[in-house]
Design a protein around this ligand. Structure first.
Ligand SMILES: Cc1cc2nc3c(=O)[nH]c(=O)nc-3n(C[C@H](O)[C@H](O)[C@H](O)COP(=O)(O)OP(=O)(O)OC[C@H]3O[C@@H](n4cnc5c(N)ncnc54)[C@H](O)[C@@H]3O)c2cc1C
Length: 512
């Protein structure tokens, strides 16, 4: 296994469970790749960037369970939105059947006009009635699809953009409509639990403590600070790898689980498939995410997290509360269909004080193209001005320290048609060499869920190749309520469905 990000870790753990002795080689001193944390010189441990999961991310949840990390993720049923003046509205599921479960919150949502809401409701209903796969999306960007659905500028700016730019790390005009629609279908329409926000209550690197044990207990090993310089082949067959220290190791098979822009340097130059694969990978663009870490001398925020409308900053996470001693235990289980909405723990979340006298917030700005050229001081000053709007106590508070983490190549850009450049796990063109990574053809955007799916798919491909087929990929949450009926009708009518156009879900469907 080359690469110890979520793709490599999930693949390694799956293969170890299948009885393979896995040697995982990671060039950095820690596991987790982009979804990790590290210690600053002053001793504070920070995430590379806050990472959140959603209830619909079934494979990531499965991976956390396998490595004993599931209880370190807390799920929240209530989402908080702050408008330009800091007025907070909330959204949460009601007992109504999907796709109507969010309707009462949505109707009461203060930051949208009646015309905005009417347009949004029509567009959402058209997604739901089409079982998540409207016919008119081929080749369209999300912006184009929304314009065709006559969305008001307010609806686009304060609803669609707010959800999608942070979910997909790209502007709507550069996002394939299929990805945008999938977020709403899987997250907000088809099931009651899909939208629940899962937030780690520990620094990200601590989620992977169980991976090493899972690999080593089956005779494998995890090597950190162990970069691979080149993959070795004989003919078109993988035989081993040359490490950065010049040594070589042999193996029966390899999963290359590095970022897509690192593949070029690792593949042998004489491989036939290399040129075509690299040409495809060159077409995949990237987009940036900026994380801003701010420590205040006092409590400035009471909610566990806030989504911002009308600002460049998209999310504020109250890290002292989410990861501190007083961390709320999420909101408990999702409200069951037909029962009263569960609110256990919610009050605690709002009233709990951060550790006395100080508070650590993390701000996230996805698709942060405009911030990339700015200096650290400029970014912090800009964010402080935005915080003054939505969290008035920050105006009086003293900023004790701040740090900015710019990930210029945070994720691949989900631009229209990007799927045609994404190779499948078995498309390396080299026998016994498999590909994994959020950028491979999973049907999902660049997310932790996409990375774990790619890891499971690579493990499945490898095992099939050795005549030991196993299934690791977990199905999506099954549609509920009216969505179950509509999705069923759509499937029995044999209409084109996501699962029939993208390889990840197609495999999955066959197994359900
Ligand atoms: C700032 C930021 C915020 C994000 N927020 C979210 C979020 O909230 N929710 C979400 O779901 N997703 C989020 N993502 C996306 C998510 O982090 C990624 O999709 C996922 O972690 C990718 O995992 P991966 O294993 O495919 O790749 P990586 O995590 O990039 O792992 C690749 C690994 O390969 C190693 N490597 C590279 N070259 C070599 C070599 N030659 N030899 C050995 N090892 C090598 C690297 O060091 C790295 O550890 C975010 C990403 C970023 C950057």
């Amino acid at each position: 296994m080359v690469g110890g990000g979520l793709a490599g870790l999930s693949s390694a753990v799956a293969l170890a469970e299948a009885g393979w002795r896995v040697r995982l080689l990671e060039k950095r001193p820690h596991l987790g790749g982009r979804a990790t944390s590290y210690t600053l010189p002053d001793g504070s441990e920070i995430d590379n960037c806050q990472h959140v999961t959603l209830g619909c991310c079934t494979n990531l949840a499965d991976f956390y369970r396998r490595v004993g990390a599931a209880d370190k993720i807390r799920f929240y049923n209530r989402l908080y939105f702050a408008d330009a003046k800091g007025k907070v509205s909330t959204i949460e599921a009601s007992p109504l059947p999907p796709p109507l479960h969010m309707a009462p919150s949505f109707l009461l949502f203060g930051s949208l006009t009646l015309a905005d809401k009417r347009g949004i409701a029509n567009a959402l209903l058209s997604i739901a009635r089409a079982g998540g796969a409207p016919d008119d999306i081929e080749g369209l960007s999300m912006q184009e699809w929304l314009e065709r659905r006559r969305q008001t500028p307010g609806a686009i700016a304060r609803f669609w953009r707010v959800v999608l730019v942070s979910a997909l790390d790209e502007e709507l005009s550069r996002t394939d409509a299929r990805y945008g629609i999938d977020v709403f279908w899987k997250g907000f329409l088809s099931t009651r639990a899909g939208y629940r926000v899962g937030i780690p209550a520990v620094p990200l690197a601590k989620l992977y403590d169980g991976c090493r044990a899972a690999i080593e207990s089956r005779g494998g090993e995890v090597r950190l600070r162990c970069g691979v310089r080149q993959i070795r082949t004989e003919g078109d067959r993988f035989v081993g790898a040359e490490l950065e220290d010049g040594s070589e190791i042999a193996a029966d098979a390899c999963v290359l689980a590095v970022p897509h822009d690192a593949v070029a340097t690792l593949l042998p130059r004489d491989s036939n498939r290399r040129a075509a694969l690299l040409e495809d990978l060159r077409q995949i663009k990237v987009s940036p995410i900026t994380g801003v870490h701010l420590w205040f001398d006092r409590t400035v925020m009471t909610q566990p997290f806030l989504t911002l409308l009308d600002h460049t900053t998209q999310w504020i996470f109250n890290k002292s509360l989410l990861c501190g001693e007083s961390a709320p235990n999420g909101d408990g289980p999702p409200p069951a269909e037909g029962t009263t909405s569960e609110r256990k723990g919610e009050g605690a979340a709002e009233s709990a004080e951060a550790s006395a006298g100080s508070q650590y917030l993390q701000l996230v700005i996805s698709a942060s193209y405009d911030l990339v050229p700015k200096s650290r001081q400029e970014v912090i000053a800009f964010c402080m001005r935005e915080l003054a709007d939505v969290l008035p106590p920050t105006r009086q508070a003293r900023l004790v320290k701040g740090t900015v983490v710019k990930e210029v190549s945070a994720t691949f850009s989900p631009e229209p048609g990007v799927d045609r450049w994404r190779p499948g796990a078995a498309d390396s063109g080299i026998d016994k060499l498999f590909l994994a990574g959020d950028w491979t053809r999973t049907g999902w955007p660049a997310t932790m869920e996409g990375a774990v799916r790619s890891g499971y798919l690579a493990a499945e491909s490898l095992l099939s190749d050795f005549g030991q087929p196993r299934n690791f990929l977990r199905p999506d949450l099954p549609p509920e309520g009216l969505c179950k009926i509509w999705a069923g009708r759509r499937n029995s009518a044999g209409a084109a469905h996501h699962g029939e156009t993208s390889p990840g879900p197609r495999k999955e469907k066959a197994r359900i």
